[in-house]
Write a new protein. Structure first.
Length: 174
């Protein structure tokens, strides 16, 4: 598995990538370079075409906007009629989950609002529809997902669990 990450890193400028890891079956790259995150000139797409795996580029958690400022900025960017619900942050993975009654309005025409959120806050937005029937159970499940995000990030990175060596107990291979 580590060979795949090495192969990906060979195809990208080393100074732009601060970390690379697995998240389940996906390869996630972190960068501290704001310009590279916002516009990588198709480099990530060419890597995906070469290795035939899903590769995601995220900003390093150290360069993302402060949580309170980011939430305020997100609320300013979203239209009132979108019916904004919760805004949940996963700081270890640089992801913000935005719940709304009308997800299409949050996304905007051709993803314009999502692009604005990425540019202004340096968070990766994920949109979820607010449940039609409010359920305390669903709210608790969604909040628990982000309470221990550092553990979750380590758990999803199967490469760090095996320290680059595939073992039958951890990776499922003999």
């Amino acid at each position: 598995m580590a060979n795949i990450i090495e192969e990906v890193l060979k195809q990208l400028p080393r100074d732009k990538i601060s970390a690379a890891c697995f998240e389940g079956a996906n390869i996630v790259l972190y960068t501290k370079d704001k310009d590279f995150f916002l516009n990588n000139n198709g480099l990530i797409k060419s890597v995906v075409d070469n290795i035939k795996k899903r590769v995601e580029l995220r900003p390093d958690p150290s360069v993302t906007m402060d949580l309170e400022k980011a939430e305020t900025e997100i609320k300013k960017l979203l239209p009132e009629e979108a019916g904004l619900g919760q805004v949940l942050f996963d700081p270890q993975r640089s992801i913000v989950v935005i719940e709304a009654e009308k997800p299409g309005l949050v996304i905007g025409k051709q993803g314009g609002i999502l692009r604005d959120i990425r540019e202004k806050t340096l968070w990766v937005p994920m949109i979820r529809r607010t449940p039609a029937i409010r359920s305390k159970l669903i709210e608790n499940i969604r909040s628990v997902l982000f309470q221990h995000s550092d553990y979750r990030r380590k758990f999803l990175d199967i490469g760090s669990m095996t320290d680059g060596k595939e073992t039958s107990a951890k990776s499922g291979f003999v």
